[in-house]
Design a protein around this ligand. Sequence first.
Ligand code: UD1
Ligand code: UDP
Length: 373
Amino acid sequence: MTAPARILTIFGTRPEAIKLFPLVHALEADSRFDSRVCVSGQHRGMLDQVLHIAGLTPHHDLALMQPDQTLDELTARLITGLGRVMDEEKPDWVVVQGDTATAMAGALAAYYRKVPVCHVEAGLRSGSIYHPWPEEVNRKIIGSIAALHCAPTETAQAALLAENIDPATVHVTGNTVIDALHWITARIEAEPELASGLAPLEQRFAGKRIVGVTTHRRENFGEGMAQIASAVRRLAARDDVAVIFPVHLNPNVRAVMDQELGGIGNVAMIEPLDYPHFARLLAIADLMLTDSGGVQEEAPALGKPVLVMRETTERPEGVAAGTAMLVGTDAGRIVAEATRLLDDRAAYAAMAQAHNPFGDGHSARRICDLLAG
Ligand code: UD1
Ligand code: UDP
């Protein structure tokens, strides 16, 4: 009998944790693997929220978040910290997800040790190295290193093949975010109190149209954030609208939003929601405004119209499906498109169709089979 393959799964931020917990659950349940987990702690509170709900206790936690961390300091700490864990664990595979600094540094440290890398959510490309920044380059670096590319869609697969990646190493697995969404939905059905914390806001805003907002992209800091705040303020001036806005912990987001939106009755600026409560927000919202990657995948899966406050997207599938619309960060354009959806029933109905271009909820199992070779 061959020894189980040692898989070191590395992540550090909220979205990576959400998209990797289904894979860690699957690896742990599979006797073909010896599953090890290292979190970088690039995020702290927002990461811990996911570890808690998913029941994960990492074998390593580098706890390296610093307030308002810069990309170069963060990346330097990540490469040395993750490299040390690899030297100790001696994995057969390193698994990283997406396009964060943790994922890029994890792939690079693995490459320095000639450990093969499995890239989950491979092949997303916007075509612009500054949108999103620095994620587009992070994922290109990982793409040039990975031995196994788990593309969520055929569009992502085609992007990798266009970069001359060996086709034998590229597989369409679906996106594990759909596995996560199914898992959390089942958990909430079994234990509704896991997502009951929004009830006071739901009562306060009863009868109003709920607009959910998230924003955090680095390329939107400064003018983009100011425009987004202005759009939210103008939308909230309507009597029939209420905004629920879980504010990202990045101080570059918080400072602007506190200053621009504090004290507005129709705007609830709240702490980041844990995943069950965010799923509840997606369920009660009439409309989402976001610059998030993950929300662009979850909203179409749930048939929730989503206005994407970015200039480009590496997730054209949601736009093609009709549930997502790219609106950029000009306040006037955001308000105009949101107003159209709120006032025009036919336009709203055309967008509010559930589509699932991102997967069927069985991506983690497919990735396990690929790792088992
Ligand atoms: C990071 C990722 C981004 C991802 C996003 C998901 C990089 C370069 N950026 O951006 O790709 O879309 O996470 O949310 O990898 N903070 C806290 N507590 C937390 C999390 C963040 O206080 O739990 C604050 C800290 O001051 C920290 C700052 O936010 O320094 C920025 O965190 P960082 O991970 O560098 O950037 P994000 O904008 O979160
Ligand atoms: N999310 C959450 N709580 C929140 C906001 C978002 O759990 O308050 C989840 C959301 O469901 C999605 C993920 O976090 O799965 C997206 O994370 P984020 O927008 O921070 O990063 P991105 O996807 O843009 O990298």
